[in-house]
Design a protein around this ligand. Structure first.
Ligand SMILES: [Zn+2]
Length: 153
C-alpha cells in the first residue's frame, strides 16, 4: 500500500493528459517510514526517449540527479517514478518490468483518448521477475513542487 497526496496524484493525471499521445514521466518524492510510504510531491520531467515515446519513456540521468538533490533539500526521499500509458491499460508492460528497479514505487496512469483514467501502483520483486500491485490511498494535499531546473523551457 502507498499513500499519495491528492494534488500530487492530480499532477500525474494532468501530465499524462498534456503529454498524450506520448508517454509522460516523472519522479515521486516523499517519506518512507519503516516501509509506510507517502508520496508528497511529484517532479514532472521530459521524456527523453528517442523514437517511440508513445510506448516508451526514459528519464535523463541529469533529471535523476536533480530529483535526488531536490528530495534531500526538502527532507524527502526519491521514492519512485510515474509514467503514462496512452490508450493502454494501467498495467506494467514487459519493457517496464525489464527496466524497473526493486524498492522503488512505480505509478502508471492510463490515458484514453487524452483523458486520464485508472491509476495503479507497483513495486518490482527483489528477483526482478514481476511487479506486485500496491493499493493506493489518497491523502490530503501537500506542497506542490514545480518543474526542476527547466532552463530550456
Ligand atoms: Zn509503461
Amino acid at each position: 500500500m502507498i499513500r499519495i497526496a491528492e494534488n500530487a496524484l492530480q499532477q500525474v493525471r494532468d501530465h499524462g493528459a498534456q503529454a498524450y499521445p506520448e508517454e509522460c514521466c516523472g519522479m515521486m518524492l516523499g517519506k518512507d517510514l519503516d516501509g509506510a510510504r507517502t508520496i508528497e510531491a511529484v517532479l514532472p520531467v521530459p521524456n527523453v526517449r528517442e523514437g517511440n515515446r508513445r510506448r516508451r519513456f526514459l528519464i535523463s540521468p541529469q533529471d535523476y540527479v536533480e530529483a535526488e538533490k531536490t528530495a534531500a533539500a526538502r527532507g524527502m526521499d526519491l521514492l519512485g517514478f510515474y509514467h503514462s500509458h496512452p490508450d493502454h491499460p494501467a498495467a506494467p508492460s514487459t519493457y517496464d518490468t525489464e527496466h524497473a528497479l526493486p524498492w522503488f514505487t512505480y505509478l502508471i496512469v492510463s490515458v484514453i483518448q487524452g483523458n486520464p483514467g485508472e491509476v495503479t501502483a507497483w513495486t518490482l520483486r527483489e528477483n526482478r521477475e514481476r511487479f506486485d500491485q500496491k493499493a493506493i490511498i489518497i491523502t490530503a494535499a501537500a506542497g506542490v513542487l514545480q518543474n526542476i531546473n527547466r532552463k530550456e523551457q
